[in-house]
Design a protein. Structure first.
Length: 45
């Protein structure tokens, strides 16, 4: 089974810890851990 056989990823709504914008992430956000939108995540690298 290859990587692409899983079908579409389940996306979860989250709020960016940096800019407070609503975003969607491909993982279930963990309580107490910050989640960043794509823009803020790329700025933090």
């Amino acid at each position: 089974m290859g990587y692409n056989d899983r079908g579409p990823r389940e996306m979860h709504k989250a709020v960016c810890a940096e800019c407070n914008q609503e975003t969607e992430v491909p993982f279930k956000p963990t309580e107490g851990r910050p989640v960043y939108c794509r823009d803020c995540f790329n700025k933090r690298k």
